[in-house]
Design a protein. Sequence first.
Length: 260
Amino acid sequence: MQYVRSMAHPVKSPRPQPAAQRLKVRRQLAAAAMELFTTRGYEATTVDEIAAAAGVARRTFFRHFRSKEEAIFPDHDDTLERARAVLEAATPGENPVDTICRGIKEVMRMYTASPSVSVERYRLTREVPALREREIASVARYERLFTRYLLSRFDEDSPNGDEPLLAEVAASSVVTAHNHVLRRWLRGGGEGDVAAELDHAFAIVRRTFGTLPAFTGRAPGAAPERAPAGAGQVLVTVATTDAPLPELMRTIERALQQHG
């Protein structure tokens, strides 16, 4: 009897990539944590209960999150990397304020991908101080990323000593504008044209910071243009968090014009 070997390869079902599987587990844990925080309360919920609800072991939980309050923010690490990629891909001629505005839009995309989940998460962070602190820590990571990027656009030998302050204030203003629009959208139940509102807020920021002498759109390390004496000073306006964003930015703009 003659045997014929088949040349066809066996068909294998596709297996999830490690990164995709990791993200899937993180989101399962996050969904379980949010459900338990909502039904049982944050303080009454344990890590073991979150892991069990997600169908994984306790040690698996700690491979993904360091604490239970971190579990309802599963996407910030990936979003931070996407924002970093936007900065790294920017063309040398782009105004760096425009670049960081594009970068933080990755954060808004994260929230708008699941409006109902984002609205519930916002409610929880308002009620649970530990979750609020975790949210604040996440915001600070974006501010540091954008501040470092803006600083990279200054020349190291520049005689103007205001660059670190200017970079930090500008980065903070972009993040504040984003968060102002985001919170309003979340308080409204995740409805409305949040993209248009965000662009409007960024336009206000650009009018204030986009034309300052330090931000000329040059490549990192390039020599800055020499500004007249007294130019490039930074004035920081302090206001309550309830102040409308346009009013706050107009106050800063007027101060810059008066002392320019």
